[in-house]
Ligand binder design. Structure first.
Ligand code: KG4
Ligand code: ZN
Length: 347
């Protein structure tokens, strides 16, 4: 049994958790959303300062909730990539300092590997290989999970990430930040067939379309043009119907590509991760599209879709159990391809 204290500060959630194998003993998430809302998006410098102010409180709360002390902890982990460098530094420096003080091993974790591992927390018996559809504010990828640390990217977005598209469309509808949960709420009471919108397709040089890659910028522009036309015609903006039509298009398009990828590769399990995995439209489309192919789709519970430290702890446990630890000289990086995740470890 391995127990890890994990810290996540890659963007706008300050989070600390204690995880024992694939079980959450405590998970504290202090969201900065109310702080960034007035700017319409995350302000990196503000995020770093806020992480610094509350990281210690989050860590002590994680210990209190788990009713544990340092003796129970085998290693300390923190997200080190990808993310906002100043924000990542706060969590990484906190974890390394505690590792030195408490004389425990340190593990740097790849944020996207954390999102993949979120599914293990609710499906502890899940085993690779499987396909992970990772849809967050910064990423949209279909990842073939061969084993811990072994990933192949089968599909990706050519422009905006899915969550970014939700946030941008919400902004142009004046709905506030973050846009995904607001659009999801409105879509439930809107008509998804009200406005036919284009699914982004990526043309291939030899003709036809890329079967798994996505594009969301054309869809976002189509929503913009629709709003502009309604404004020009002095018509009211049917926000609920636009939200529902947009969500329908994203859900249908992502589900189609993900299922095609699983069918082609003969993969029978899909694990969905990242903030957009919380989306009710995407969930419905994926479940419906998977059914005829006998494909099982797993979604983490809503609180594990968006950023949290429990998923970081879960990924760290798996690496630690395989003898992987990180040097204290490991630095944070704004980007690192998931396929290079093993660069974070000595083993
Ligand atoms: O995974 P996450 O918390 O942070 C990143 O690693 O990016 O994802 C945040 C993204 C935001 O773009 C947010 O709008 C989106 O996830 N999101 C949603 C929903 N909940 C969060 N998008 C669609 N529907 C939702 N219910
Ligand atoms: Zn994330």
């Amino acid at each position: 049994m391995t127990t890890i204290l994990a810290i996540e500060t890659s963007c706008d959630e300050t989070a600390a958790a204690i995880v024992k194998n694939r079980k959450i003993l405590s998970s504290v998430v202090a969201s900065q959303i109310p702080i960034h809302q007035k700017y319409g998006g995350v302000v990196p410098e503000v995020a770093s300062r806020r992480h610094l102010e509350i990281i210690n409180t989050c860590i002590s709360q994680a210990f209190t909730e788990a009713s544990l002390d340092w003796d129970a902890i085998d290693a300390i982990a923190a997200t080190v990539t990808p993310g906002l460098v100043g924000a990542l530094l706060v969590g990484a420096v906190a974890a390394k300092t505690l590792a030195i003080l408490q004389q425990k091993p340190f593990l740097g974790v790849h944020h996207l590997e954390g999102h993949i591992y979120a599914t293990y927390l609710s499906q502890p018996h899940l085993k690779p290989p499987f396909l992970c559809l990772l849809v967050s504010g910064g990423h949209t990828s279909s990842i073939y999970v061969k084993d811990c640390g072994e990933y192949e990217i089968l599909g990706t977005t050519r422009d905006d990430a899915a969550g970014e598209a939700f946030d941008k469309v919400a902004r142009l509808l004046n709905l506030g930040y973050p846009g995904g949960p607001i659009i999801d709420r409105l879509a439930k009471i809107g008509d998804p067939q009200a406005f036919p919108l284009p699914e982004g397709k990526i043309s291939l040089p030899g003709g036809g379309y890329h079967p798994y890659d996505s594009s969301f910028s054309g869809l976002k522009t189509a929503v913009l043009r629709l709003v502009q036309k309604l404004e020009r015609d002095n018509k009211p903006i049917p926000v609920k119907d636009i939200a529902a039509s947009f969500q329908e298009t994203v859900g249908r398009s992502l589900a189609k590509k993900t299922i095609a990828c699983a069918v082609d590769r003969q993969i029978k399990i899909i694990a969905v991760g990242g903030g957009v995995a919380a989306n009710s439209g995407l969930r419905k489309h994926l479940i419906d599209a998977a059914l005829p192919h006998d494909i099982q789709v797993y979604f983490p519970p809503l609180e594990l879709c968006t950023d949290n430290a429990a998923m970081i702890g879960c990924a760290a446990v798996e690496h630690f159990d395989r003898g992987h630890t990180s040097p204290l000289t490991l630095s944070v990086k704004s980007r690192l391809p998931l396929t290079q995740v093993m660069e974070l470890y000595r083993y």
